[in-house]
Design a protein around this ligand. Structure first.
Ligand code: M6R
Length: 364
């Protein structure tokens, strides 16, 4: 059932090109996103004043990326909430609010409770979920399914990348309904999105390289994942993955925030994973990388092919095929998933069933 892989997690990491392809299938025109299951009219979309995205764990990390995409493309203010926090802070919701819940399983107790609360307050509720017929899919007004197929490993991988894709589809869809993005611009993102499964495959081909340097993490106690903008959001997912399955302390930090205190923790004992794909902040990220390098940290950089100067400031670079910056998170996370996987294996951890964790958290 593991299809020749040692663990479900590795199998699921390798299933990402297919999962990504299946999730976009029949939803893309040349310059148009088609969400057949979406019942909200263009008029109702124009009438939205605000979006909340509510989720837990990895799904929350996908929501953080979703915020930037929706705000940038559809020009609607977005707040992102952890589901277990959402209900307890009297969120300002009315019928002009869209609440997007993201849940792989569609059964997470806090996410489901948030959905019910949002409905009670009169919001339009959209679910992004991977399980057809799940509680979340049944109770939401609209559903955008991710077509990742069953995810067995506790650590989420293909669910995350397809949730990111769901955020891209939703962001473009809202932008198109509100007329905030030209069909040409939408077409450019769609063309790039169609390339993503093949590019994800290319990233997977670097697995051996990642397996090799993962060995140097075996005795590490602390790590930092840094980046700006969407890179920071992916850094959070990379850090969670490493903590979850290898039990190494990992902290994700907005690169520009390091010098406000945390830089004090960086030493030669603290490997740093620095992500630099967001080109509007690229130079700033590179100067933050130089700051950690000056503390003798061992730094692994992740950037697009062609960004040659990062190599001068880091010990090792992982290059990603070029895409539009908003899609970069889908590719960036793959080496981070592989790193966590190989570190977990090297440390002899139970990769698919990490201690104290369940695949679906049905208690609050
Ligand atoms: O099924 P859900 O997407 O609602 O699950 C949410 C989180 O419990 C989940 O993403 C968790 O953080 C993963 N184990 C992380 O790898």
């Amino acid at each position: 059932e593991k299809g020749g892989y040692d663990h479900f997690m590795l199998k699921e990491i390798y299933e990402q090109p297919k999962a990504l392809r299946d999730t976009m299938a029949s939803r893309l025109g040349e310059q148009e996103v088609i969400l057949q299951e979406f019942k909200l009219s263009a008029e109702e979309v124009k009438d939205l004043h605000k979006v909340f995205i509510v989720a837990c764990g990895t799904a929350w990390h996908a929501g953080l990326v979703g915020k930037t995409l929706i705000e940038r493309w559809a020009r609607i203010p977005v707040e992102v909430d952890i589901a277990s926090e959402f209900r307890y802070r009297s969120p300002l919701i009315d019928k002009h609010t869209m609440v997007v819940v993201i849940s792989q399983s569609g059964e997470t107790a806090d996410t489901l409770a948030a959905l019910r609360e949002a409905k009670k307050l009169g919001a339009r509720v959209v679910a992004v979920t991977n399980v057809v017929g799940s509680s979340v899919s049944r109770e939401a007004h609209d559903v955008i399914y991710t077509w990742a197929g069953p995810e067995i490993a506790v650590a989420s991988t293909k669910a995350y990348t397809t949730q990111l894709e769901g955020m891209v589809l939703l962001g473009l869809y809202l932008a198109q309904a509100r007329g905030t993005m030209s069909p040409e611009k939408i077409g450019q993102v769609i063309t790039a999105l169609k390339e993503i499964p093949t590019q994800a495959q290319e990233v997977l081909e670097q697995a051996k390289d990642i397996e090799d340097f993962a060995q140097s993490f075996v005795d590490v106690e602390d790590t930092f994942f840094i980046g700006r903008s969407l890179d920071w959001n992916v850094a959070m997912e990379g850090a969670l993955k490493l903590k979850e399955i290898s039990y190494i302390h990992a902290e994700a930090y907005a690169a520009g925030e390091l010098k406000h205190g945390t830089l004090a923790l960086i030493t030669e004992q603290t490997p740093v994973i620095a992500i630099a794909t967001q080109m509007d902040v690229y130079d700033k990220t590179v100067s933050n990388v130089k700051e950690v390098k000056a503390r003798d940290a061992k730094v692994i950089g992740i950037t697009f092919q062609g960004n040659k100067d990062l190599a001068k400031s880091v010990d090792h670079v992982i290059y990603l095929p070029k895409t539009v910056v908003e899609l970069a998170p889908i590719l960036t996370v793959i080496p981070l998933q592989l790193l966590s996987y190989y570190v977990s294996v090297a440390r002899g951890c139970d990769v698919d069933k990490p201690r104290n964790l369940a695949k679906s958290v049905t208690v609050e």
